[in-house]
Design a protein around this ligand. Sequence first.
Ligand code: SF4
Ligand code: SF4
Ligand code: SF4
Ligand code: FES
Length: 946
Amino acid sequence: MSLIQEIDYGTPASKAEKTVSLMIDGQQVTVPEGTSIMRAAMEINNEIPKLCATDSVEAFGSCRLCLVEIEGRAGTPASCTTPVMDGMVVKTQTPRLKQLRKGVMELYISDHPLDCLTCSANGDCELQDMAGVVGLREVRYGYEGENHIVSKKDESNPYFTYDPSKCIVCSRCVRACEEVQGTFALTISGRGFDSRVSAGMDEPFITSECVSCGACVQACPTATLQEKSVYDIGTPEHSVVTTCAYCGVGCSFKAEMRGDELVRMTPWKDGRANRGHSCVKGRFAYGYAQHQDRILKPMIRANITDPWREVSWEEAISYTASEFKRIQGKYGRSSVGGITSSRCTNEETYLVQKLVRAGFGNNNVDTCARVCHSPTGYGLKTTFGTSAGTQDFDSIEHTDVIFVIGANPTDGHPVFGSRMKKRLRQGARLIVVDPRRIDLVKSPHIQADFHLPLRPGTNVALVTAFANVIVTEGLVNEEFVRERADLDTFHEWTEFVAEERHSPEATEAVTGVPAHLVREAARLYATGGNAAIFYGLGVTEHSQGTTTVMAIANLAMATGNIGREGVGVNPLRGQNNVQGSCDMGSFPHEYPGYRHVSQDDTRELYEKLWGVPLDPEPGLRIPNMLDAAVDGTFKGLYVQGEDIAQSDPDAQHVIGGLKAMECVVVQDLFLNETANYAHVFLPGCSFLEKDGTFTNAERRIQRIRKVMAPKNGYGDWEITLMIAKAMGYEMDYNHPSEIMDEIAASTPSFNGVSFAKLEELGSVQWPCNEEAPEGTPTMHIGEFVRGKGNFVITEYVPTDEKVGPRFPLLLTTGRILSQYNVGAQTRRTENSRWHEEDRLEIHPADAEDRGVRDGDWVTLRSRAGETSLRALITDRVAPGVVYTTFHHPNTQANVITTDFSDWATNCPEYKVTAVQVAPSNGPSAWQEEYEEHSRLSRRILAEAAE
Ligand code: SF4
Ligand code: SF4
Ligand code: SF4
Ligand code: FES
């Protein structure tokens, strides 16, 4: 394996269709109109020297190294800023150009520390390369003049260093921060000799607006901005392309290694989801994989109050199998089940559901997608015919109106958030529907056209009011509807939404959003050109989550915003493989590919393939498993890569269910909260240690590749195989690629997928089969998957979770950029520097009413429970609404959330909880108990280790 070197074309590709031809150094080249001379030369492997140009940002033309001569033109223009023209004749190597370039390099080098041999970028420095390329042998100006060599380093960022002594002020970092990331954290301050890169008002990176995406570090041609890991470990010598294991964007990275040590994760330019960009999590927060808290040996215990006992893999597996067999013998076949994880690969997930269906002999399998995007599956399947988003991320480049509802892309899906911001800077219009003023509403060079701060829990009323405006004001795309929709359902729907009770004026009292804003936003969505809807858990995690998804789909169909580039309905998936875990048959009622377990033909297919009779009855969902456990009929659970004690609602009920079971098997990297109630702990392996595939929010199937051997000795897929074998159901695979072959052979939308295809194409978006051998970027072109688009009546039913004198405020929850979900990974990295604790955002008026000051401890109480955290007073939330993140286990926002859930899918209503807030002196009794429990667990673990 060698280090993957990506070609830098110097300037971005032109998207023009028209081409022009020119001669460069006697060679003809034909390129799209608008291409720079520099890029045209690169197309024929003629690398013109450059320093300030790089193909991730627009050309700037400051270094004057890339000069060329053009026949018939005076002077020596910069090739990076000069576009090609038909018939142009260019020379890139003449004695005059050589002389000029040498002169430029002399100036740079005269003000540069000549410590190349000990520099962290030695061998990976463009300045060093260019000195060689231009043949610099001496510096006539000497090194004694005024210089920047003693400038002080900024080491405040935990992941990278800024060393101004090495800066050539090429501004690549500034442009990357602006154009790629969209944060505008950097400027060039001062003039002439005093010019320097500054984060904000000359403050350290750590306190500036910088969000540590790493784009500037990647763009820097010198060691000025450099990963600290390169200082520590040295420059990498081989690399492996893999996929980020955090969010549903699915960024591709080069894992750059020195020996078996990971030096850095560098975003891969050919990654179709991220196009060479990254966020702080994928780029830097991978240290958890090596964290000392990782458990590497299997452990068992007869009772959850016993100390853990380290055992061999053989003993752990045989204990697991004998317990599950004993339980099934005593309590029946349905008394055990499994939970798959949206963090694990498609292949691992497929195996867990296969183990449950074929090995356990029931359909008691569910996934953590239950608690996030299950309404997406149900809602989009009902309306369009398939349970997935309709576009690829590139589609946004053709979008004129971006409609974001219940999502916070700059924190939750940061790399796509940056692409969104780029499109907005290019002139797209923006509608944001969110109870909270998310960053996208107003950030540098971006201002939403509409921010509709609705009352939590009223999505259906608001989206139906949009529909009312569209229907009653004659904004329906009649032609599209006539051709593409089921007209019976369409007419029923128009009659329904046109009722006066759905008008913006009538619903204003419910949603809290002024009617005129709803009218104007609806008009913009319907008439502003290509309009695309992006939504997240603020849509799905409600008692009417599925209804809102269908209301959104109705809007897209009524306005013809579906079935081409630039439009569509796009669920922003939370975890890296939420889409994949749903695709792989993780739900108790569906086989892979969303086929119901009661369908005879599908069941027979799997009976033949798996060689056992299968249960035609749907199994238990997670909440039902826990209910059954409390009732005494469900006794054994295999949980792969999921922490239901922390991530599922009504934590006390979850814990009650877990405590009632006789064998809980947890397979994970760390002793998570669920493991506190487990009898068997099977150490899992990190994404760096496994082969397989993830499917991102665009339905894009991408490889993750092993960059180091599993520290626990086995891949997660192998552990499932061992359990199956010990249970008496043998599964026979030698490599995850063989599992994918089985998935492809038995799942119509995956028929054309194989590891070989993924090697060839890089990635594919399902459906990938005979009709679409290279995958399907845009769905529902010409026809919906279900045939005619199905309009659904979306009656608004207020949640039973209501404010009142005891609980007068509404709590809603969300994520922050630097942390991830329950924080199991990010809390074990330096990312905690940015978010050490969850805080409660509260409006100044509500805080004043309660005598709460900024930073005070407050008690947050609902009818489900109480917790304490510190207050953050802000008008980002409206009066009557409070907000918190849920990244830290000692906050446990889920202690507060209730057991209400979506009517169709049981997805918990995390986003609406009636609460009261009162000043407190510190952590609540529950948290004290939790801390005590954690201390006890750590002690038991330490004793076991001794
Ligand atoms: S920090 Fe790097 S990218 Fe930025 S101006 Fe200096 S040398 Fe150029
Ligand atoms: S790390 Fe990202 S946000 Fe921070 S300065 Fe660099 S480009 Fe800007
Ligand atoms: S945007 Fe998501 S997938 Fe991309 S690097 Fe960040 S966490 Fe990873
Ligand atoms: S690379 Fe063209 S001016 Fe710097």
